[in-house]
Write a protein that binds this ligand. Structure first.
Ligand code: PRP
Ligand code: MN
Ligand code: MG
Length: 181
C-alpha cells in the first residue's frame, strides 16, 4: 500500500479486523436476502473498497451499480451540497437495493440519496456502511448494516480520502494534523 511518510497519525482499524467485519456483515446480508436478487449500489468514489470486498464475500446473487455523488469537495468539511456526477445505469423499480458506503459522517449524502432512490420505487432499500460517526450526525439515518462506529476524527484509507489521496490504504487511519493544517 501507499507510503505515507509521517502523514499517518495512527491506525484506527487494522486490515485484518476490517476484513473480518466485512465478512460478518456479508453473512448477515446473505441471511436477510436469501432467495432474493440483490442490487448493490456503491457510492463513488469512497465505496469502491467496501463494494469490492463485500460483493466477493456474499453468496446471494448480486448485481452492482454505481452512483457518483460528492459532498466534500477537496477539503475536510462536509458542505451539505450534494452533486450528482453519475447516475445509476439500472432501473431500480421493484428491485431489492442495498446502498454501499464507506462512511456516514453528517448523514447529508445518504439523506439525499435515500430520498432520491425511494422516489424510484425499489422493492426494498437498505444501507450498508463500513463506518459511521455518531458524534458528527446532522441528519439521523436508519442504517441496517454498520461496520464500526468511530470517533469524530478525520479518517482515511479503505476508500476514504483526504484531497483524493490515501484511498488505497488497506486499513483505516487518522491523518496527522500537519497534513491538513
Ligand atoms: C464522503 C464519504 C461519504 C460522504 C459522507 O464522500 O465517502 O460518501 O462523504 O459524508 P456525509 O455523511 O457528511 O454526507 P465524498 O463526498 O468525500 O466523496 P468521495 O466518496 O468521492 O470521497
Ligand atoms: Mn463518498
Ligand atoms: Mg471524499
Amino acid at each position: 500500500a501507499a507510503d505515507m511518510g509521517n502523514d499517518l497519525e495512527k491506525v484506527l482499524i487494522p486490515e485484518d479486523e476490517l476484513q473480518a467485519k466485512i465478512k460478518e456483515l456479508a453473512g448477515r446480508i446473505d441471511e436477510d436476502y436469501a432467495g432474493k436478487d440483490l442490487l448493490l449500489v456503491g457510492v463513488l468514489k469512497g465505496a469502491v473498497m467496501v463494494m469490492a470486498d463485500l460483493a466477493r464475500a456474499l453468496h446471494v446473487p448480486v448485481q452492482m451499480d454505481w452512483m457518483a455523488v460528492s459532498s466534500y469537495g477537496a477539503g475536510t468539511k462536509s458542505s451539505g451540497v450534494v452533486r450528482v456526477l453519475k447516475d445509476l445505469d439500472t432501473d431500480i423499480m421493484g428491485r431489492h437495493v442495498l446502498i454501499v458506503e464507506d462512511i456516514i459522517d453528517s448523514g447529508l449524502t445518504l439523506h439525499w440519496l435515500l430520498e432520491n432512490l425511494k422516489s424510484r420505487n425499489p422493492a426494498s432499500l437498505e444501507i450498508c456502511t463500513a463506518l459511521r460517526k455518531p458524534d458528527a450526525v446532522k441528519v439521523p439515518i436508519d442504517v441496517k448494516y454498520v461496520g464500526y462506529d468511530i470517533p469524530n476524527e478525520f479518517v482515511i484509507g479503505y476508500g476514504l480520502d483526504y484531497a483524493e489521496r490515501y484511498r488505497n490504504l488497506p486499513f483505516i487511519g487518522t491523518l496527522a494534523p500537519h497534513v491538513y493544517k
